[in-house]
Design a binder for this molecule. Structure first.
Ligand code: AMP
Length: 295
């Protein structure tokens, strides 16, 4: 019998889940698992887990032989006036939520572990980061690309799973993987929604009761656009106009964007066609929410 891959790795056990917080330990563990020829599947998250995250984690369990989930609220993807400080952090509660799934290890590093003094290397996907959220959150995708590449180098996954909820992020990570020859299959999974259509998000917890009611208009606006497209309308400015009416009826006026773009390249266009992406970002009170659907 060889040594167990977990031998000599420093980890704690919380809620019967193994938690690793040092990069070196995670790297050694992943190398040991890979040496055994086992497939590592990986779901990166910022915690505050909900059914959307759990759907990715369940799929990752199915697809791999050793499942790693990371929980790290990444400072470099937040703008100066965004919610980095108030973002929900509750490791114990997150671990409880994933207990039944059979996660092999949670990687939950400290900020100084990931960004030690003097850190200065970043990754950017030049074109894909420009439209949509890129216009409104300068530096956001630079932070996302950088943390995901770091996590990939730490966890060494064969398969990584992301949600289509953050559609532009998914496309950026897939492009980064291709451009930098990462030997990682990056899979996107559908958005999980509340019964009234609102996409699950850790940020929904910030909404007041009234705002929560308003928030359903985001998915309704996307649905309206898709319905009109299915009825034969394809002029994008008309379709967007209809979508905005739905938002305005719910008193949502603070709209960063409501756009239809090519679903692969994210390029803008004038006429909609099947497979295009309809994406929205809007503020409800102080809370910025995003959502999207495909035509
Ligand atoms: P976050 O913790 O917000 O960084 O999200 C971690 C992962 O969960 C990302 O790949 C998100 O796209 C995904 N995700 C977040 N919300 C949902 C949702 N409602 N449905 C499916 N995936 C989601």
């Amino acid at each position: 019998m060889g040594l167990s891959p977990l031998q000599s790795i420093h980890m704690t056990e919380k809620n019967s889940i193994k938690v690793v917080d040092k990069i070196k330990d995670m790297q050694t563990l992943s190398s040991n698992i890979r040496k055994e020829g086992r497939i590592i599947s990986f779901v990166p998250t910022m915690g505050a887990l909900h059914e959307g995250h759990l759907s990715l984690i369940r799929k990752a369990k199915e697809k791999g032989e050793f499942l790693v989930v990371s929980i790290f609220v990444n400072p470099t993807q937040f703008g100066p006036n965004e919610d980095y400080k108030k973002y929900t952090r509750d490791l114990e509660s997150d671990l409880r939520k994933i207990k039944e799934i059979g996660v092999d290890v949670v990687f939950s590093p400290d900020i100084n572990e990931i960004y030690p003094d003097g850190f200065e290397t970043y990754v950017e996907v030049q074109e894909l980061q420009k439209p949509l959220c890129g216009q409104f959150r300068p530096g956001h995708f630079k932070g996302v690309g950088t943390i995901v590449l770091k996590l990939f180098n730490i966890v060494k996954p064969d398969i990584a799973i992301f949600g289509e909820k953050d559609y532009q992020q998914l496309k950026i990570i897939q492009k980064m993987a291709r451009d930098l020859h990462l030997e990682i299959e990056v899979i996107g999974l559908p958005i999980i929604r509340e019964d009234d259509g609102l996409a699950l998000s850790s940020r929904n917890a910030y909404l007041s009761k009234k705002e929560r009611e308003q928030a359903r208009a985001l998915s309704e606006a996307l649905g309206e656009i898709r319905m009109r497209f299915n009825q034969g309308q394809n002029d994008i400015s008309d379709l967007i106009h209809e979508g905005r009416e739905v938002l305005n009826k719910s008193l949502i006026y603070d709209i960063d964007y409501l756009e239809i773009r090519n679903g692969n390249t994210l390029e803008g266009k004038e006429k909609a066609k099947s497979g295009d992406l309809v994406a929205i970002a809007a503020k409800i009170g102080h809370t910025r929410l995003i959502d999207n659907i495909k035509l």
